[in-house]
Each structure stands twice: as structure tokens, then as C-alpha cells.
Design a protein around this ligand. Structure first.
Ligand code: FEO
Length: 379
């Protein structure tokens, strides 16, 4: 890749990681990802904003050929996909200072062994002049780590937002997988950004937004909007009994006008499940009882939902068992972060009987009723 000018004296220089399929050895990246760094050539000083993931560093460093001097390396975020090549930049430009929040400094020293003398820390709202261009630094803790900040280039009205508003190509997937656990911090920081006239958002993953209203509105809805009339139903079935219950419940919910997104945990892309969780009002987990508890794949889905902290309001559990167990108690105990009301779990012995189907009918009606009330409250 070659560096590209995005405005006069402002360049994107980054790496496109077409082949990466997992982030943090966990999160699926079906379309790969990008690491975006930016170079700003002021009349007096030059700043490099972030770097790239270490495996891409060698190829990326070639984009700095012909750049005679870097005065500041701004590190918005200590995570290595953005900070990982800072040591190589400092090797080539030993006079450069690393600009970070006070919290990021010890993290960068621990993670990358950058010497303390290389740092200049900036307070929330502090500015650095590049001559004819001014970078203002805004602390945005917990978007995505405790030390994160963004920078606003005042003269060009560009927000360099790092992970905030980033995307692994699809913005909603990225929000669901990376940002959803930090909804409260995002809400506060979206409010903070209201004070700035932003013409361009240039994140450190994915596309640059030259009409930032779209992504900011989407974030507002994902973070603060009322949950949709939607049930997300991750399930696993071993011999078909739980599957019969799931199919019956889906059909009944549809009859009540409730949308359902179904995820067979044996084959699903957990990124898609995470995306569905962004909007869902209700989560229903379908699981057989195995060794006295939920199937491990259902346990994994519960662990994921608990970690992602979606805004769902209701939860239920359905499934079949052979001779007993504590499936409901175990699953319910795995989701302390979810502020949900548990609605009528339905467990049946072996194949579901007429009375089990009736219990599922009642569950569908109860969910539809709860969703209707939620919508009414929102109006
Ligand atoms: Fe893209 Fe939190 O690093």
C-alpha cells in the first residue's frame, strides 16, 4: 500500500490486513480489517497519529520513506494493533516524542518497552501546535481501554477517533464485538463530542467518514435507543427435542408479530450473534441439559452475552432434559451483568409434550406483551 492524501498535508498511511480472520484470537473478521495511521505535515512540526499491528509493520514503514522528520507520534490507544510499531518509528526518528494520556504512558512502557524519556503526556483538552495546524486531545476513557483518547484537528475539523467509530468493514459488527460492553462510556463521550464541528471522522479501523452524522446517529441508536421488537435465540440441540421447542416458539412469536433471529450455536458466526444482540429486547437460550447443566455451547453464548452487556430487557431459557439437572440456575448465574427480567423458562423431559407446547405458547405471549409495553413506554 502507498500513503494517500486525504486533505492537503494530511495523509492516510496504514495497512489492509485482508487475510486476518480473528481478532484477539476470538472475534471473527470475515472481511479482514485495516489499521489506519495518519501523517500531518504542519508548517513547523510533523505528527504521526498511531501506527499498525506489528506483523504489518515492515511493509507499513516503507510508507514513511521520504518523510524526513517526525516530531510527534500520537498514541491514542495502547493496544498493539495501533501502538505496536511505535518502537520501529522511534528507531528511525529518535528525536520523536510519543504523545499519550498519562494513563497510556505506563501501559506503553510495559507493553512495548518504550523508554520513559520518549513521552510527552497531554491532559484532556490540551493542544499541540504543528505551526499552522493544531491538534486538540480529548480523553475518551473506556473507548476502548481506560487510557484511550481522540484528537481533533481544529483547522481542518477532522476527528481522529482511533477505535471509536471504527469498523472491521461493517461498522455494526465492530460495535457489537468491541464497543458494546462500553455503552455507558460511549454515551458520555458522544455527548462530549457534540461541542465540536466535525467534518470528517478518521478512525483507526475501517472507512473514513466524510459525512460523520451517519455513524454518530447509528452509535446513538445502538447505545441509547429502545431495544427493538426482537428476540435473539441462540440454541443447541443434541437429539432434536430442544430443536422442536425452538421451532415451535419461533413460529408462535412470529404469530404475535415478534421478530426472531435464530443462531444454531453448533455452526454460528458469533460476530453475527453479537450484532443481533445490539438491538434485541429479549434473549431466549435454547439448550439441552448435559451433565446436569447447560450444553457447553449454550454456556459459551451466555458468557459472551454477559461480557458484551447488550441492552436486552428480558431473558428466558428453554430446552429438554433426560433425568434432571440445574440448567436454569446455572445459566442464570452466568449472566450477572445483564439487567434482565427472567420470563417463564420452559424445560421438558425428553420430547416436548402437549403441555410443554402450551407452556411455549404462553412464553411467546408473555414476550410479545412485554415488547408491546416497552414500545408504548418509548412513545
Ligand atoms: Fe483497535 Fe482497541 O484496538
Amino acid at each position: 500500500m502507498h500513503k494517500r492524501q486525504i486533505k492537503e498535508k494530511i495523509y492516510w498511511l496504514g495497512a489492509v490486513d485482508w487475510d486476518r480472520r480473528l481478532f484477539d484470537s476470538l472475534i471473527p473478521l470475515p472481511d479482514g480489517t485495516t489499521y489506519n495511521a495518519y501523517l500531518i505535515e504542519g508548517a513547523e512540526k510533523t505528527a504521526l497519529l498511531d501506527t499498525v499491528d506489528p506483523p504489518m509493520a515492515e511493509e507499513w514503514m516503507a510508507q514513511l520513506d521520504g518523510v524526513p522528520r517526525i516530531d510527534f507520534v500520537v498514541s491514542h490507544h495502547a493496544e498493539q494493533d495501533h501502538s505496536g510499531a511505535i518502537p520501529r518509528v522511534l528507531d528511525r526518528y529518535p528525536q520523536a516524542k510519543v504523545v499519550s494520556t498519562p494513563k497510556a504512558k505506563p501501559m506503553l512502557m510495559d507493553l512495548l518497552r518504550i523508554p520513559e524519556t520518549a513521552f510527552v503526556t497531554v491532559a484532556d483538552g490540551e493542544t499541540i501546535s504543528l505551526g499552522d495546524k493544531t491538534l486538540k486531545f480529548l480523553h475518551t476513557p473506556w473507548v476502548h481501554w481506560p487510557e484511550t483518547m481522540v484528537s481533533y484537528l481544529e483547522e481542518d475539523r477532522i476527528l481522529f477517533s482511533c477505535d471509536f467509530f471504527g469498523s472491521h468493514i461493517a461498522a455494526k459488527r465492530y460495535f457489537a464485538e468491541i464497543m458494546m460492553p462500553f455503552r455507558n462510556a460511549i454515551e458520555k463521550n458522544i455527548e462530549k463530542l457534540k461541542a465540536y464541528d466535525i467534518q470528517v471522522i478518521a478512525p483507526s479501523h475501517g472507512q473514513i467518514y466524510d459525512r460523520p452524522a451517519w455513524i454518530m446517529e447509528a452509535y446513538r441508536d445502538w447505545v441509547m435507543g429502545t431495544p427493538h421488537n426482537l428476540v435473539v435465540l441462540p440454541f443447541v440441540s443434541m437429539h432434536g427435542s430442544t430443536r422442536q421447542m425452538v421451532d415451535h416458539l419461533v413460529s408462535k412469536l412470529a404469530g404475535h408479530g415478534v421478530c426472531v433471529e435464530l443462531f444454531n450455536l453448533a455452526v454460528t458466526d458469533i460476530g453475527k450473534l453479537a450484532m443481533a444482540l445490539v438491538d434485541a429486547a429479549t434473549i431466549v437460550v435454547g439448550t439441552p441439559t448435559v451433565l446436569a447443566g447447560p450444553h457447553p455451547l449454550a454456556g459459551y453464548a451466555a458468557f459472551l452475552a454477559n461480557a458484551l452487556r447488550p441492552k436486552a430487557k428480558f431473558l428466558s431459557i428453554i430446552g429438554s432434559y433426560g433425568w434432571g439437572g440445574k440448567t436454569v440456575e446455572t445459566l442464570a448465574g452466568m449472566i450477572p451483568n445483564l439487567k434482565v427480567e427472567v420470563i417463564n423458562p420452559v424445560l421438558c423431559k425428553g420430547l416436548p409434550s402437549e403441555s410443554d407446547f402450551e407452556a411455549l405458547d404462553n412464553l411467546a405471549a408473555a414476550i410479545a406483551n412485554k415488547h408491546e409495553k416497552l414500545n408504548r413506554t418509548d412513545q
